[in-house]
Write a protein that binds this ligand. Structure first.
Ligand SMILES: NC(=O)c1ccc[n+]([C@@H]2O[C@H](COP(=O)([O-])OP(=O)(O)OC[C@H]3O[C@@H](n4cnc5c(N)ncnc54)[C@H](O)[C@@H]3O)[C@@H](O)[C@H]2O)c1
Length: 352
């Protein structure tokens, strides 16, 4: 049995509480928030669970093996550091921290203390995303040419991070998971329309070594909630719409063929292949429930999670590069790969 504390009971924390409480090998022992009204609400839902206003109080308890952190991003590093330092396994919501250096320091301490550090890249546990990965990696789409991602809605406006740090961690983690590769370059442009200095619309481009590229559009200033991705291969195209209740994945047998030889412009013509569309069936299980079970399983087995600290670091490296690019009006920021002590590839950043 793993005894767990959850800190942060705003929008996301209650989802963690609901999922962790339903597991047979996890006991939620304490819920923490600085907002007494939120704690009162949680106490009504979970009368048997203790509540407290101070994070430090959690760490003084003997019935806490692990901590799940769902506080605003600016607090992730300090809370995760304290929890790891006190010998607790940690699940931190996305993004892992606000800087590459902070991620690296958490990874180091987790490794030194032999503790699980996991980041809440929830979509890596989505059966739909896993199915897309299988389809792409089996080569069903042919060589992948590009990916486009749109994650838009009205709000929720944050004060400590811009929309890229808020929404793009999902898109980036999905793309890295499916392509199994880090980008070599990142460009990002954006604009702050509402809160000065905090971009509420961003457009990011990731360029990969094999020629593939990905476009990521994020916005807090859109009338519709959009969660769409398109994977364009040389043979077929796949559209993923996470808002769709049933046909989340649609595979189109569509492609453009360019004739290999032509002698004049008049002879040159594209051939558009318009085939069938089919939608593979995917059994839907709540991704967060799979993520929570995975965290507990990893604590029990000592195996590194799929969304381990090193994966959290990769996403923050891309976000950090995007922030640098934003500051230089979209100039490309190179990510060159160097070996890290913990055995994963870590890009060192340089602006060009
Ligand atoms: N994985 C996902 O799909 C997903 C979805 C939404 C949010 N998130 C992440 O969850 C985290 C929280 O987001 P949210 O939307 O729930 O934010 P929120 O503002 O609704 O909730 C944050 C809560 O933390 C509490 N808090 C602030 N400082 C605290 C402190 N020092 N000690 C204890 N509690 C404190 C606040 O009172 C608030 O209740 C963010 O990192 C966000 O990116 C993840």
């Amino acid at each position: 049995m793993v005894d767990l504390a959850i800190v942060g009971c705003g929008y996301w924390g209650p989802n963690l509480a609901r999922n962790f409480s339903s597991l047979t090998d996890c006991r939620v022992t304490v819920l923490c928030d600085t907002d007494a009204a939120r704690l009162q609400h949680m106490k009504r839902l979970y009368p048997a669970v203790d509540v407290c206003l101070s994070f430090d109080e959690i760490l003084d308890r003997s019935d806490v093996d692990a901590v799940a952190i769902a506080t605003p991003t600016r607090l992730h590093y300090s809370m995760a550091l304290k929890a790891l330092d006190s010998g607790r396994h940690v699940l931190v919501e996305k993004p892992l921290t606000t800087s590459v250096q902070e991620c690296e320091s958490l990874l180091e301490i987790a490794e030194d203390k032999n503790l699980i550090l996991m980041v809440g890249h929830t979509f890596l546990y989505s059966p739909t995303v896993r199915k897309i990965r299988e389809i792409v990696q089996q080569g069903d789409l042919g060589e992948l040419q590009y990916v486009s991602a749109r994650r838009l809605n009205l709000g929720l406006f944050q004060t400590d991070i811009n929309v890229a740090w808020d929404l793009a961690p999902h898109d980036i983690s999905i793309i890295l998971y499916i392509l199994d590769e880090m980008p070599v370059g990142v460009n990002c442009q954006g604009k702050a329309h509402v809160t000065p200095g905090i971009e509420d619309v961003t457009n990011m481009t990731l360029t990969f070594g094999n020629g593939a590229f990905a476009l990521i559009h994020n916005s807090w200033l859109d009338p519709n909630k959009v969660r769409q991705m398109t994977f364009v291969g040389r043979k077929r195209m796949l559209a993923y719409d996470d808002i769709e209740p049933f046909e989340k994945i649609r595979i189109y047998d569509k492609r453009v063929e360019v004739p290999p030889h032509y002698d004049s412009l008049a002879e040159f013509q594209f051939s558009y292949h318009q085939g069938d569309m089919y939608s593979p069936s995917v059994k839907q299980t709540e991704s967060l429930s799979l993520e929570c079970q995975h965290f507990i399983d990893c604590i029990k087995s000592g195996v590194q999670p799929e969304s381990c600290g090193a994966e959290g670091l990769k996403v923050v490296q891309v976000l950090d590069a995007a922030s640098r690019s934003l500051k230089s009006n979209g100039a490309r920021v190179e990510l060159s790969t160097v070996r890290r002590r913990i055995g994963t590839a870590s890009p060192a950043l340089s602006l060009v």
